[in-house]
Write a protein that binds this ligand. Structure first.
Ligand SMILES: C[S@@+](CC[C@H](N)C(=O)[O-])C[C@H]1O[C@@H](n2cnc3c(N)ncnc32)[C@H](O)[C@@H]1O
Length: 207
């Protein structure tokens, strides 16, 4: 199924996007804090919750949450990042699929649960999906939520990667609403700073 899907902006960016994995490897070796997103996610959860890390990259968020006892499934279509994730977090199960391919059957085949308490979709994933698939991606994530489940999403509004799309708050709110999601909160960062025009962190739930 994945081969029938339109190419993501991440895939189209090719080598231009390779800096992400390299940069985080450096940050880790320098002992820098790369866990802000994961700490906020953990705060949102009961212990032992079901988490989907959608577009998990090197597994930094999913790996952190799994180490704190949550039941995490990661989904990452870039094979180089899947390999880096396996090296860094061998226990984290990564299904090598795009979000649009994450049907309940695919999740079950990967050993995942029927639904999730939290979907984490951070680090600009939503600005890297294939052009025109934003609402479908958000719908797919919505359909994987358990009752009371939430989505934590975040992306740059300014100064983001050159291969990612610009995504205005107004467009995102319209897309999320079309996908049957409610905007519960918007912040300017994972430390819950006030809304600004640089970065947007969103908490979404079933409308
Ligand atoms: C900058 S990386 C961020 C990775 C990770 N979330 C993090 O914060 O470290 C962007 C990621 O978006 C993923 N991505 C883009 N479109 C996607 C899609 N349709 N489904 C799943 N992942 C996607 C890419 O494969 C890439 O891993």
């Amino acid at each position: 199924m994945a081969s029938e899907l339109p190419p993501t902006r991440w895939a189209l960016g090719g080598a231009k996007n390779s800096g992400y994995g390299v940069r985080f490897a450096e940050l880790i070796s320098q002992g820098k804090d790369i866990d802000g997103e994961a700490r906020l996610a953990d705060t949102l959860l009961d212990r032992g919750a079901r988490v989907l890390d959608a577009g998990s990259g090197i597994g930094r968020v999913g790996g952190y949450l799994q180490a704190r006892g949550h039941q995490v499934l990661a989904a990452e279509p870039d094979p180089a990042l899947v390999a880096q994730s396996h090296d860094l977090h061998p226990e984290l199960v990564v299904v090598p699929l795009e979000i649009l391919a994450l049907t309940p059957e695919a999740v079950a085949a990967a050993g995942g649960p029927d639904s999730f308490d939290l979907v984490v979709c951070v680090g600009n994933v939503l600005t890297f999906v294939a052009d025109g698939t934003e609402v479908a991606v958000l719908q797919r994530l919505r359909d994987l939520l358990a009752p009371g489940g939430r989505i934590l999403a975040g992306f740059h509004l300014r100064g983001g990667p050159s291969t990612a799309r610009p995504y205005s708050p107004e467009e995102f709110i319209a897309d999320a609403t079309s996908a049957g999601l409610r905007i519960d909160h918007r912040f300017g960062g994972y430390d819950l700073r006030p809304v600004d025009d640089e970065y947007a962190v969103w908490l979404l739930s079933l409308a």
